[in-house]
Design a protein around this ligand. Structure first.
Ligand code: ZN
Length: 909
C-alpha cells in the first residue's frame, strides 16, 4: 500500500461507495485498499457519517460505516442518504460485511461468501419481517423484492464468473496479503479459525448453555458434511433475505430457505437497495441458529472484503464514468427516510397506545370493588306504580334535577319509607338517558360500609361509560396500584377532576349514608360540603356533576352539613316532613295489595273492606310495615280453611314494625328457639353477608362442639337454604346464595339495648347483643382455623398460587374466618378457651399462623379480594406487631419478652 501521495482528492473523485455495518467489517475493507487516502477537508454539514478513503485497483472508493451499535435497514438508508449529500458523483455502492448462512440445497460453510444475484423473480435481496401465525408460531412476512443491482456491477459479475471457470480466485491471495500487511489482524481473529470450529448442528437441536461457545452442546448432533478439498472460501450467488430482526433460530432460518430460497440473512441491505444502486456481499459467519456466535465474524468480514476487491477488478473505470449519477436521489432518500421515520413513529405510537390501553384496562379492573355494586342495587325491590312521587315531584328535587350546574341534594327519610327503592328507581330511570349515572348503596357490612369502596364503584362506572376519563386516575393508579381502593382522598379528587372533563353530565347516587362507617361518613360529609360550597361560588362550564345522597334523618349527619351557610339554597329534602305524602302513597299501595290478596284467596268484598279499613287506621305506616303486615296476613290465609270467617288476620295486624317483627318471631317453635338464636347471632354478628354455605358451616361448628376436622363437617347446603327461611320466617331472605336480614331495622331490632327484654321475657327484641355475637363468631373462627386437616389440605396447594386451592365445601369458611377472626376476638368476652385457641393461631412456627395471616394481610392491608390473595406475599412480620395491630391484649400479655425482642418470623418451609 502506497501512502503519502501528493494528490489532493475532493469528494468529486469518489464514485464508488462501500458501506459496512460494523467497524470490524470496515477494518477488513480498509485492509483491502491498495492505497489509503487522507481524510477530506470537508463534508456536507448535514452528513453525519465518518469515512475512510482509498483506492482499490483503479477505483477511488469511499468507505462508510453505520454508527456503532445501530443496525437495521433504516439506519443503513440514513447512512446512504448522508453519503450522497457529500459525494455527488457517487455512482453505486457495495454493501460489504457479514451475514448468516442458510445451509440446505447449497453447501454453505463458514467463511464462504454470498453475493446478491438477481433471479427471474427478484432483484437479489428480499425484505422480510416477522409476523405471527394464528397458532402462535412465527411466520415470515414478505415485504417484496428490492431493486436489481446496477448493470455495471452485474456485467462485472458475469465476467468474474466466466474467468473463474478458467482461473482460480484471487480471494485467498488477498486474505494472505491482508494478514501480511497487517500482522495485528491475525491476533484480532482475522485469520482462518479452522474447520474444526465450523459446526452445523441439526435444525432441531438447540444451543444448550448461556455461554457463547458450543462446548456443552452434544457433538453427536453435528451434521456430517463432505470434507472440502480446500479451506478456501467459496462464492455463492443467490438471494439474500434482509430484515430488521436478528435471526438465531434454525426453524425460522429454514422457513426463510423454503419460502424465499434465500442463501443468507442480514439486516441492512433492504434499507439501501431501492434508493442506492448496490450489490450486497456477505461473508458467512454463522448459521443463523441458536448456536450462533461471534468467532467467525472477523474472518467472514475479510472474505467478503476480499471478494469485493476481486469484483472491483472487473469493473472498468470507463464504465463507472458512463454510469449516470443518480439524480434526485438525495430528495428520494429524504422522502424514503421520512417515510421510514413516520413508519417508526407510527409503530411507536401504536405500541404506546397498546401499552396505555393495557395500563388503562388494569387500572379499570383495580377500581372494581370485590362485590357487585349492581346486585347491591338490584337487591332492593322495584317501586310500585304511583309511589316515590313525594320525592320526584318535590320542588327541591326538581330544582336539583334541572339545575344547570354542579349540585348536591340530600334526601332524608325515616326507616322503612322506601329510600333505597327510591334510589334504585331513580338510577334505573337515569340509566336510559345520555347522562352518566353511577351509584353506590352503603350497607353496614365490610363490603359496603367504606367510602373508598363507594368511590371506586362510582369511578368504575364512570370509566366504563367514558373510557377517556380514566387518564385522571392513571397517576394515582401508578403510585398505588393494588392499594388504590384504600386511597379515599385521591379517589374523591379523581371524581372531581374527571367530572370537569366529562362529555356528559355525571350523576352520582349514594344511598343510605347512615350505613357508611362513622369516620368515613364524617369525611364524606366534609367533602360534600366543600363540593357544594365550591359549586355555589363558581359557575360550572360544560357538563355538571350532580350528587344525590339519601339517609335517615340523623342529627349527626345534619350536624355534619352545618358548614354549609344558611344563605345558600337548602340541600336537604326532608322526607320525614313529607310523611303525609308518603302515607298517602303507602295507602294507595296498601289498598291495591289487599285487593289483590282478596282476589288470591277469593275473599268476600265485605272482608276486603274490613281489612282495608283496619289497615288504613294504623298509625305507624311504612313500606316495611306494610310488607311485613301483608306477608303476615298472607301466611294466615295460606293455612286457613275458611278465610272469610278467619278474623285472626285482623287481630294479628302489627301496629308498627317492631311489633311486626315480634309477631313474625312468635311463630318460631319453642324447640327451635336455640337454633334460631344461633343463626341470628351469626347473621347479625358477621362482618359481611355470609353465603349459605358459610352460614351452614358456621352453624354446624357452633352446634357440634366436638368437631375438629374438616372432614367431619358434613353439611347439606340445599337443605339449609330451604330451612333457614322456614325457621326464621320473614326475618331473613336469600339473594344470590347470600343470606340477608330483611331490613336494616331487623338488625337494629335484634340488637336494641336490652331494656324491653327485661319487661317482656318472651320478647326477641335486643336478644342478640354485640358481645354475644362476637364471642360466638370468635369461637367458631378460631376452632375452624385450628382444624388439623385444614392446614394440611390447604397449605401445600397454596404454594401453587393457582387460585383453585380450596374447592372443597368444607374449606369455604377459610376466607371469612381468616380475614375476620381477629376482629371478632377483639370484641368478644374472651374466655380462657378462646385465648388459648387464639394464642395457638399466633404460633409462627406452626402452619396455623400462615394459613390465616396471609389471607388476613391481603384482605385487610391491601384491599384485595380473597380470590386474588396469592398474588403478593405478605411481609415478614413479628407476631407481636400483628397482635398489637389487632388489639389482642390478651395475646400480648401471653407473649414473653423473648418474643418481643426476638427476630421476625419466617415462613415454615
Ligand atoms: Zn451450541
Amino acid at each position: 500500500m502506497d501512502s503519502g501521495r501528493e494528490k489532493e482528492y475532493t469528494s468529486e473523485d469518489y464514485q464508488i461507495g462501500l458501506i459496512c455495518a460494523l467497524e470490524s467489517e470496515m477494518a477488513a475493507v480498509i485492509a483491502m485498499l491498495d492505497e489509503e487516502h487522507e481524510m477530506l477537508d470537508s463534508q456536507d454539514r448535514n452528513d453525519n457519517n465518518s469515512y475512510a478513503f482509498g483506492r482499490i485497483h483503479k477505483h477511488n472508493v469511499v468507505i462508510a460505516c453505520l454508527p456503532a451499535g445501530i443496525y437495521g435497514t433504516t439506519s443503513a438508508a440514513i447512512v446512504a442518504k448522508d453519503m450522497l449529500r457529500t459525494f455527488n458523483s457517487l455512482k453505486f455502492g457495495l454493501m460489504v460485511g457479514i451475514g448468516g448462512g442458510i445451509p440446505g440445497k447449497i453447501d454453505i460453510r463458514l467463511g464462504d461468501v454470498v453475493v446478491s444475484n438477481p433471479t427471474n423473480t427478484s432483484g437479489g435481496v428480499i425484505q422480510h419481517d416477522g409476523g405471527k401465525l394464528k397458532d402462535g408460531e412465527e411466520d415470515i412476512e414478505l415485504k417484496g423484492s428490492l431493486n436489481t443491482p446496477p448493470t455495471v456491477l452485474l456485467s462485472a459479475l458475469t465476467q468474474l464468473k466466466a474467468q473463474r471457470i478458467r482461473k482460480p480466485s484471487l480471494v485467498p491471495m488477498y486474505l494472505k496479503d491482508m494478514i501480511k500487511n497487517n500482522p495485528m489482524m491475525e491476533e484480532n481473529g482475522y485469520s482462518f479459525p479452522g474447520i474444526e470450529h465450523d459446526q452445523l448442528f441439526h435444525s432441531k437441536y438447540s444451543h444448550k448453555t448461556d455461554k457463547d461457545d458450543c462446548g456443552q452442546c452434544d457433538k453427536t448432533q453435528v451434521l456430517t458434511r463432505q470434507p472440502r478439498k480446500s479451506v478456501e472460501p467459496r462464492i455463492h450467488y443467490g438471494i439474500i433475505a434482509s430484515g430488521n430482526q436478528v435471526i438465531k433460530d434454525a426453524k425460522r432460518r429454514d422457513k426463510l430457505a423454503s419460502k424465499l430460497g434465500a442463501l443468507c440473512v442480514e439486516m441492512e441491505a433492504a434499507g439501501l437497495m431501492n434508493n442506492f444502486p448496490c450489490i450486497v456481499i456477505r461473508g458467512i459467519c454463522d448459521y443463523a441458529d441458536s448456536h450462533k456466535n461471534n468467532e467467525w465474524q472477523p474472518y467472514a468480514a475479510s472474505t467478503a472484503a476480499a471478494f469485493a476487491k476481486e469484483l472491483l477488478s472487473f469493473v472498468s473505470p470507463g464504465m463507472v464514468r458512463n454510469e449516470g449519477a443518480f439524480r434526485g436521489t438525495v430528495e428520494e432518500l429524504k422522502k424514503i427516510e421520512s417515510e421510514q421515520l413516520d413508519e417508526q413513529k407510527q409503530h411507536f405510537r401504536q405500541q404506546k397506545l397498546q401499552y396505555d390501553s393495557e395500563k388503562h384496562r388494569k387500572c379499570h379492573i383495580a377500581l372494581k370493588p370485590t362485590s357487585s355494586y349492581e346486585s347491591q342495587k338490584n337487591i332492593n325491590p322495584l317501586k310500585s306504580p304511583g309511589t316515590c312521587q313525594w320525592a320526584f315531584e318535590h320542588p327541591k328535587f326538581k330544582q336539583w334535577d334541572h339545575n344547570k350546574k354542579n349540585d348536591l341534594l340530600w334526601i332524608s327519610a325515616d326507616p322503612g319509607c322506601g329510600k333505597s327503592v327510591l334510589s334504585r328507581s331513580f338510577v334505573d330511570k337515569q340509566l336510559e338517558t345520555n347522562d352518566t349515572i353511577c351509584y353506590f348503596f352503603f350497607k353496614d357490612n365490610d363490603d359496603q360500609d367504606r367510602l373508598s369502596i363507594g368511590l371506586c364503584a362510582i369511578l368504575h362506572q364512570i370509566f366504563s361509560r367514558q373510557r377517556q376519563l380514566i387518564q385522571y386516575a392513571m397517576g394515582t393508579w401508578e403510585n398505588h396500584e393494588k392499594t388504590i381502593q384504600q386511597e379515599t382522598a385521591e379517589l374523591w379528587r379523581i371524581l372531581l377532576s374527571a367530572s370537569t372533563h366529562s362529555d356528559s353530565n355525571i350523576i352520582c347516587v349514594f344511598d343510605a349514608l347512615d350505613e357508611c362507617r362513622i369516620d368515613d361518613q364524617k369525611l364524606f360529609i366534609s367533602y360534600l360540603s366543600a363540593f357544594y360550597k365550591m359549586s355555589c361560588s363558581t359557575a360550572s362550564k360544560g357538563q355538571h356533576l350532580k350528587i344525590l345522597v339519601t339517609s335517615r334523618p340523623y342529627a349527626d349527619i345534619e350536624l355534619g352539613f352545618k358548614d354549609i351557610p344558611p344563605t345558600l339554597p337548602a340541600i336537604r329534602l326532608s322526607g320525614e316532613k313529607e310523611n303525609d305524602a308518603i302515607r298517602q302513597e303507602i295507602s294507595l299501595v296498601l289498598l291495591e295489595r289487599i285487593q289483590k290478596l282478596g282476589q288470591d284467596y277469593n275473599l268476600a268484598s265485605n272482608t276486603i273492606n274490613k281489612l282495608q279499613a283496619k289497615v288504613l287506621a294504623m298509625e305507624h305506616r311504612t313500606y316495611l310495615w306494610l310488607h311485613l303486615a301483608l306477608e303476615g296476613i298472607n301466611q294466615i290465609y295460606k293455612h286457613s280453611l275458611q278465610p272469610d270467617k278467619d278474623s285472626e288476620a285482623l287481630e294479628l295486624l302489627p301496629s308498627n314494625v317492631e311489633d311486626a317483627y315480634e309477631k313474625i318471631l312468635q311463630r318460631v317453635q319453642t324447640q327451635d328457639h336455640e337454633k334460631v338464636r344461633l343463626i341470628f347471632q351469626i347473621i347479625v354478628g358477621s362482618k359481611r353477608p355470609m353465603t349459605v354455605t358459610e352460614l351452614a358451616l358456621a352453624f354446624t361448628i357452633a352446634t357440634q362442639p366436638n368437631i375438629n376436622q374438616c372432614k367431619d363437617l358434613k353439611i347439606d347446603e340445599n337443605r339449609f337454604e330451604k330451612i333457614i327461611p322456614q325457621l326464621c320466617g320473614l326475618f331473613v331472605f336469600i339473594n344470590h346464595s347470600t343470606v340477608h336480614l330483611i331490613h336494616q331495622t331487623a338488625k337494629e331490632f335484634l340488637q336494641k339495648p336490652n331494656r324491653v327484654a327485661i319487661d317482656k321475657s318472651n320478647s326477641w327484641i335486643g336478644h342478640e347483643n354485640f358481645k354475644v355475637c362476637d364471642t360466638l363468631l370468635a369461637s367458631i373462627c378460631t376452632r375452624y382455623l385450628l382444624f388439623d386437616d385444614l392446614v394440611s389440605t390447604i397449605m401445600p396447594k397454596k404454594r401453587k398460587r393457582d387460585g383453585t386451592a380450596n374447592t372443597k365445601t368444607s374449606h369455604e369458611l377459610l376466607g371469612y374466618t381468616a380475614a375476620h377472626w381477629p376482629e371478632h376476638f377483639r370484641e368478644s368476652n374472651s374466655n380462657d378457651k378462646l385465648v388459648r385457641d387464639a394464642s395457638l393461631l399466633y404460633k409462627t412456627n406452626q402452619n396455623y399462623f400462615h394459613l390465616w395471616f396471609d389471607i388476613f394481610w391481603d384482605v385487610n392491608m391491601r384491599g384485595l379480594s380473597p380470590q386474588r390473595r396469592w398474588d403478593v406475599d405478605p411481609p415478614q412480620i413479628a407476631r407481636i406487631s400483628v397482635a398489637a395491630y389487632n388489639g389482642h391484649t390478651a395475646i400480648l400479655r401471653s407473649l414473653n419478652n423473648k418474643e418481643i425482642l426476638g427476630p421476625t418470623c419466617t415462613a415454615p418451609d
